[in-house]
Unconditional design. Structure first.
Length: 416
């Protein structure tokens, strides 16, 4: 947006800020939040504090920097109000869990380490943030964030160096914050958002989360439905697998169920069935147009009822049958083998088209990350503090939410 567009939306932005930033009660904080949002939304190559302040009349970069980096305002009530407002506005089909990277040159920023990030497609020096987004086919927004701390930032781990305590002090990392796996951070956020009075209609995630049986079990234990991508190596039993039992050890003792045969990987199971089991499914209308009409997105898929295997699930369901799940495999006709796999605990009666549509819904979070980074400067923050990072991503989420609400308003005038 250019400065004139932002100026025309000044009254709407003031109303939005009064609602979302109502917890910022100190003098000047709400005004600086509005200035920061304006800086993020105005067109510009760089969305770090100094360039943004230079584009805003009457805004001093030191005041803006102090607000983001040092002011002790709490992000939780801001995120809670954002999530509640956007939940009402877009009626999400699902909550999407994913993570993205911030490429870094130095080692001082909190959580920075050599780790894999899809942002670069390789192991590199970066920070990683985990988010939960409210998503539909046409609208979405980030609702909560966590900054992932690798083990080398946790003084209780063997990976931590002697200087970790000083690094944490300089970065302002709270003492109680320790290394937690990304899937645990995702469950923490889901619990937090549930505590805000929201209810997840469905959880979608990529294989970085779906491969963790603990994550899938944690969702099921919370009574949540999920469709999560998994890698080809995840082990499953066909749903009709007959459990083997040891002989009775005495009168009145029931046999304990055991799955003695090794589980098959999802790839082995689908390949054994062959491409003849695949059926064509069209799940939604795409953005491409052919012969003047929008083109339906379609591919071929294989569907099985299975029982996901693994020590975590066996331990959680001791003396019981393993729970059933859907296995969905995308197998395009031009491919020699499937290209993607998903597991879902949705009911047996769920239509195949619905399973595919929800499996594919996770793409929306990639759209969010692209817009947050290229348009709103998500990865442009140059501060090196834990608090500053959380302030920045919260303000970027607020800017994204405001623009999403503006797009959804049928009476809104599109910016130039």
């Amino acid at each position: 947006m250019d400065p004139l567009d932002v100026q025309r939306l000044r009254d709407d932005l003031a109303d939005f800020a009064e609602d979302v930033f109502g917890s910022l009660t100190r003098a000047g904080w709400r005004d600086r939040a509005v200035s920061y949002l304006q800086g993020l939304m105005i067109d510009g190559r760089r969305k770090s504090i100094q360039p943004m302040a230079g584009r805003l009349p009457g805004v001093h970069d030191q005041a803006l920097n102090h607000f983001v980096t040092n002011s002790p305002w709490d992000v939780t009530p801001v995120r809670r109000r954002l999530a509640q407002r956007m939940d009402t506005a877009i009626s999400p089909t699902a909550w999407a869990v994913d993570d993205t990277g911030w490429l870094k040159c130095g080692s001082a920023s909190p959580g920075v380490a050599r780790q894999y990030t899809g942002t670069a497609g390789k192991v590199t020096n970066c920070q990683t943030g985990v988010s939960v987004n409210l998503v539909t086919d046409v609208a979405s927004c980030p609702a909560d964030w966590r900054l992932f701390l690798p083990a080398c930032w946790d003084p209780d781990t063997v990976e931590a160096g002697l200087e970790v305590t000083e690094r944490r002090r300089r970065a302002g990392i709270p003492d109680e914050v320790r290394h937690r796996e990304k899937w645990r951070l995702a469950l923490d956020m889901i619990d937090e958002m549930t505590g805000w009075g929201l209810r997840a209609p469905l959880i979608v995630a990529d294989a970085g989360y779906g491969d963790a049986a603990e994550f899938r079990h944690g969702l099921a234990a919370r009574g949540l439905s999920y469709v999560v991508q998994v890698s080809m190596r995840v082990g499953v039993y066909p749903s009709e697998t007959v459990r083997t039992t040891p002989p009775y050890q005495g009168v009145g003792l029931y046999p304990r169920p055991r799955y003695r045969e090794p589980a098959s990987s999802v790839k082995e199971l689908v390949l054994a069935a062959g491409p003849g089991q695949a059926r064509t499914v069209a799940w939604r209308t795409g953005s491409r147009v052919r012969a003047g009409a929008p083109v339906k997105m379609r591919s071929r898929f294989v569907f099985f009822r299975v029982r996901p295997a693994g020590r975590t699930l066996l331990a959680a369901h001791r003396d019981q049958d393993l729970p059933e799940a859907w296995l969905i495999a995308e197998w395009p006709p031009e491919q020699a083998e499937p290209i993607k796999y998903w597991l879902s605990n949705l009911p047996t009666t769920t239509p195949r088209r619905t399973l595919v549509r929800w499996a594919k819904l996770r793409w929306r979070i990639e759209h969010d990350y692209r817009e947050l980074k290229t348009g709103l400067g998500l990865d442009h923050y140059e501060g090196r503090t834990w608090q500053g990072w959380h302030h920045h991503v919260t303000l970027v989420s607020a800017a994204h939410a405001f623009l999403t609400l503006h797009r959804l308003n049928p009476k809104a005038t599109a910016p130039a």
